[in-house]
Design a protein around this ligand. Structure first.
Ligand SMILES: CC(C)(COP(=O)(O)OP(=O)(O)OC[C@H]1O[C@@H](n2cnc3c(N)ncnc32)[C@H](O)[C@@H]1OP(=O)(O)O)[C@@H](O)C(=O)NCCC(=O)NCCS
Length: 174
Protein backbone atom coordinates (compact mmCIF):
# COMPACT_ATOMS: atom_id res chain seq x y z
CA UNK A 1 0.00 0.00 0.00
CA UNK A 2 1.45 3.34 -1.08
CA UNK A 3 -0.72 6.31 -0.19
CA UNK A 4 -0.24 9.66 -1.92
CA UNK A 5 -1.79 12.97 -0.83
CA UNK A 6 -2.89 15.57 -3.40
CA UNK A 7 -5.49 18.25 -3.95
CA UNK A 8 -8.80 16.87 -5.22
CA UNK A 9 -9.90 17.46 -8.79
CA UNK A 10 -13.44 17.96 -10.09
CA UNK A 11 -13.51 14.30 -11.09
CA UNK A 12 -13.29 13.30 -7.38
CA UNK A 13 -16.46 15.15 -6.30
CA UNK A 14 -18.95 12.29 -6.57
CA UNK A 15 -16.74 9.71 -4.86
CA UNK A 16 -15.99 12.14 -2.02
CA UNK A 17 -19.69 12.94 -1.61
CA UNK A 18 -20.58 9.25 -1.46
CA UNK A 19 -17.94 8.70 1.23
CA UNK A 20 -19.39 11.60 3.22
CA UNK A 21 -22.90 10.15 2.91
CA UNK A 22 -21.84 6.65 3.93
CA UNK A 23 -19.15 7.32 6.56
CA UNK A 24 -20.00 10.71 8.11
CA UNK A 25 -23.61 11.71 7.50
CA UNK A 26 -25.16 8.29 8.14
CA UNK A 27 -28.74 8.76 9.37
CA UNK A 28 -28.63 12.54 8.91
CA UNK A 29 -29.52 12.79 5.23
CA UNK A 30 -27.07 13.78 2.50
CA UNK A 31 -26.06 17.44 2.70
CA UNK A 32 -22.57 17.12 1.18
CA UNK A 33 -23.84 16.29 -2.28
CA UNK A 34 -21.57 16.01 -5.34
CA UNK A 35 -22.50 19.61 -6.28
CA UNK A 36 -21.56 20.94 -2.85
CA UNK A 37 -18.27 19.02 -2.85
CA UNK A 38 -17.53 20.35 -6.35
CA UNK A 39 -18.05 23.90 -5.01
CA UNK A 40 -15.58 23.16 -2.17
CA UNK A 41 -13.01 21.89 -4.67
CA UNK A 42 -13.37 25.14 -6.66
CA UNK A 43 -13.42 27.42 -3.58
CA UNK A 44 -10.09 29.22 -3.16
CA UNK A 45 -10.59 29.51 0.63
CA UNK A 46 -11.04 25.76 1.00
CA UNK A 47 -8.59 22.90 0.62
CA UNK A 48 -10.02 19.56 -0.48
CA UNK A 49 -7.36 16.93 0.06
CA UNK A 50 -7.51 13.35 -1.15
CA UNK A 51 -5.52 10.28 -0.14
CA UNK A 52 -5.10 7.75 -2.95
CA UNK A 53 -3.82 4.20 -3.05
CA UNK A 54 -2.61 3.77 -6.64
CA UNK A 55 -5.46 5.90 -7.93
CA UNK A 56 -8.14 4.54 -5.59
CA UNK A 57 -9.67 7.07 -3.21
CA UNK A 58 -8.70 5.98 0.31
CA UNK A 59 -9.70 9.14 2.19
CA UNK A 60 -10.41 12.84 1.94
CA UNK A 61 -10.53 15.99 4.04
CA UNK A 62 -12.08 19.41 3.47
CA UNK A 63 -10.74 22.38 5.40
CA UNK A 64 -11.81 26.03 5.24
CA UNK A 65 -8.98 28.54 5.69
CA UNK A 66 -9.89 31.83 7.36
CA UNK A 67 -7.48 34.62 8.23
CA UNK A 68 -6.41 33.23 11.60
CA UNK A 69 -8.47 30.07 12.00
CA UNK A 70 -8.99 26.98 9.93
CA UNK A 71 -12.11 24.86 10.16
CA UNK A 72 -12.12 21.17 9.31
CA UNK A 73 -15.47 20.54 7.61
CA UNK A 74 -15.11 16.85 6.75
CA UNK A 75 -12.58 14.05 7.16
CA UNK A 76 -13.05 10.39 6.33
CA UNK A 77 -10.98 7.33 5.58
CA UNK A 78 -12.42 4.31 3.77
CA UNK A 79 -12.94 1.47 6.26
CA UNK A 80 -10.26 -0.83 4.86
CA UNK A 81 -7.65 1.93 5.28
CA UNK A 82 -8.65 3.01 8.79
CA UNK A 83 -6.08 2.71 11.59
CA UNK A 84 -3.22 2.78 9.08
CA UNK A 85 -2.29 6.42 9.68
CA UNK A 86 -4.13 7.96 6.70
CA UNK A 87 -6.26 10.28 8.86
CA UNK A 88 -3.21 11.38 10.84
CA UNK A 89 -1.26 12.09 7.62
CA UNK A 90 -4.11 14.13 6.10
CA UNK A 91 -4.33 16.26 9.24
CA UNK A 92 -0.55 16.74 9.29
CA UNK A 93 -0.70 17.85 5.62
CA UNK A 94 -3.47 20.34 6.38
CA UNK A 95 -1.73 21.56 9.51
CA UNK A 96 1.41 22.30 7.51
CA UNK A 97 -0.66 24.33 5.02
CA UNK A 98 -2.38 26.15 7.89
CA UNK A 99 0.96 27.03 9.47
CA UNK A 100 2.22 28.37 6.15
CA UNK A 101 -0.94 30.49 5.92
CA UNK A 102 -0.25 31.97 9.38
CA UNK A 103 -3.16 30.19 11.04
CA UNK A 104 -3.00 29.50 14.78
CA UNK A 105 -6.09 27.40 15.51
CA UNK A 106 -7.83 24.49 13.81
CA UNK A 107 -11.42 23.80 14.89
CA UNK A 108 -14.11 21.32 13.96
CA UNK A 109 -17.47 19.96 15.01
CA UNK A 110 -18.47 16.32 14.99
CA UNK A 111 -21.38 14.24 16.17
CA UNK A 112 -21.21 13.74 19.93
CA UNK A 113 -22.16 10.10 19.33
CA UNK A 114 -19.06 9.51 17.15
CA UNK A 115 -16.83 8.27 19.94
CA UNK A 116 -14.22 6.68 17.65
CA UNK A 117 -13.61 9.98 15.86
CA UNK A 118 -13.54 11.85 19.19
CA UNK A 119 -10.78 9.45 20.30
CA UNK A 120 -8.95 10.03 17.01
CA UNK A 121 -9.00 13.83 17.39
CA UNK A 122 -8.03 13.64 21.07
CA UNK A 123 -5.09 11.38 20.12
CA UNK A 124 -4.00 14.13 17.72
CA UNK A 125 -4.07 16.79 20.42
CA UNK A 126 -7.52 18.32 19.89
CA UNK A 127 -9.46 19.39 22.95
CA UNK A 128 -13.21 19.21 23.35
CA UNK A 129 -14.38 22.73 24.14
CA UNK A 130 -18.18 22.48 24.24
CA UNK A 131 -21.34 20.63 23.30
CA UNK A 132 -23.74 22.24 20.82
CA UNK A 133 -27.26 20.75 21.18
CA UNK A 134 -29.46 20.35 18.08
CA UNK A 135 -26.55 21.19 15.77
CA UNK A 136 -27.30 18.56 13.14
CA UNK A 137 -30.75 18.75 11.51
CA UNK A 138 -32.06 20.42 14.68
CA UNK A 139 -31.87 17.15 16.56
CA UNK A 140 -28.35 15.87 17.09
CA UNK A 141 -25.70 17.25 19.43
CA UNK A 142 -22.25 18.24 18.19
CA UNK A 143 -18.97 18.49 20.06
CA UNK A 144 -16.65 21.35 19.17
CA UNK A 145 -12.95 20.51 19.21
CA UNK A 146 -9.96 22.79 18.76
CA UNK A 147 -6.24 22.56 18.51
CA UNK A 148 -3.71 25.36 18.66
CA UNK A 149 -0.85 25.02 16.19
CA UNK A 150 2.57 26.62 16.39
CA UNK A 151 5.52 25.69 14.21
CA UNK A 152 8.08 25.86 17.01
CA UNK A 153 6.51 23.38 19.43
CA UNK A 154 3.41 21.62 18.21
CA UNK A 155 2.93 19.00 15.52
CA UNK A 156 0.04 16.68 14.68
CA UNK A 157 -0.20 13.90 17.24
CA UNK A 158 1.39 15.88 20.05
CA UNK A 159 -0.52 17.71 22.76
CA UNK A 160 -1.38 21.38 22.18
CA UNK A 161 0.34 24.15 24.10
CA UNK A 162 -1.58 25.47 27.10
CA UNK A 163 -3.66 28.57 26.37
CA UNK A 164 -3.55 28.04 22.61
CA UNK A 165 -7.28 27.64 22.06
CA UNK A 166 -9.60 30.13 20.37
CA UNK A 167 -12.80 30.65 18.38
CA UNK A 168 -12.99 29.33 14.85
CA UNK A 169 -15.02 30.66 11.93
CA UNK A 170 -18.70 29.90 11.56
CA UNK A 171 -19.17 26.16 11.21
CA UNK A 172 -20.18 24.68 7.91
CA UNK A 173 -22.86 22.35 9.22
CA UNK A 174 -23.25 18.82 7.96
C1 LIG B 1 -11.94 9.10 12.38
C2 LIG B 1 -11.09 8.66 11.17
C3 LIG B 1 -10.99 9.81 10.18
C4 LIG B 1 -9.68 8.30 11.67
O1 LIG B 1 -8.84 8.05 10.54
P1 LIG B 1 -7.75 6.86 10.56
O2 LIG B 1 -6.95 6.97 9.33
O3 LIG B 1 -8.45 5.57 10.80
O4 LIG B 1 -6.89 7.24 11.84
P2 LIG B 1 -5.31 6.97 12.07
O5 LIG B 1 -4.98 5.60 11.61
O6 LIG B 1 -4.54 8.08 11.46
O7 LIG B 1 -5.26 7.05 13.66
C5 LIG B 1 -4.41 7.94 14.39
C6 LIG B 1 -4.63 7.71 15.86
O8 LIG B 1 -5.96 8.10 16.23
C7 LIG B 1 -6.49 7.19 17.22
N1 LIG B 1 -7.63 6.48 16.65
C8 LIG B 1 -8.01 6.42 15.35
N2 LIG B 1 -9.14 5.71 15.22
C9 LIG B 1 -9.47 5.30 16.45
C10 LIG B 1 -10.54 4.50 16.96
N3 LIG B 1 -11.50 3.96 16.16
N4 LIG B 1 -10.60 4.26 18.29
C11 LIG B 1 -9.65 4.77 19.12
N5 LIG B 1 -8.60 5.55 18.69
C12 LIG B 1 -8.53 5.79 17.37
C13 LIG B 1 -5.36 6.21 17.55
O9 LIG B 1 -4.61 6.77 18.61
C14 LIG B 1 -4.56 6.24 16.26
O10 LIG B 1 -3.22 5.88 16.44
P3 LIG B 1 -2.81 4.29 16.49
O11 LIG B 1 -3.53 3.61 15.36
O12 LIG B 1 -1.32 4.32 16.31
O13 LIG B 1 -3.27 3.78 17.82
C15 LIG B 1 -11.68 7.39 10.49
O14 LIG B 1 -11.90 6.41 11.46
C16 LIG B 1 -12.97 7.64 9.75
O15 LIG B 1 -12.96 7.97 8.57
N6 LIG B 1 -14.13 7.47 10.42
C17 LIG B 1 -15.44 7.63 9.77
C18 LIG B 1 -15.70 9.10 9.39
C19 LIG B 1 -15.64 10.01 10.60
O16 LIG B 1 -16.13 9.70 11.67
N7 LIG B 1 -15.01 11.20 10.40
C20 LIG B 1 -14.83 12.18 11.47
C21 LIG B 1 -15.98 13.14 11.58
S1 LIG B 1 -15.99 14.34 10.26
Amino acid sequence: MKITYTLASAADATRIAVMSRDLIETGLGWSWTPERIARSIRNRDTVTLVARDRGRLAGFAIMFFGDEHAHLNLLAVRREYQRTGVGRCMLAWLEESALTAGIGVISLELRASNHDARRFYRALGFQETRYIPCYYRGRETAVRMERGIRRSTSRAGEPPRPGSDGEGPAADRK
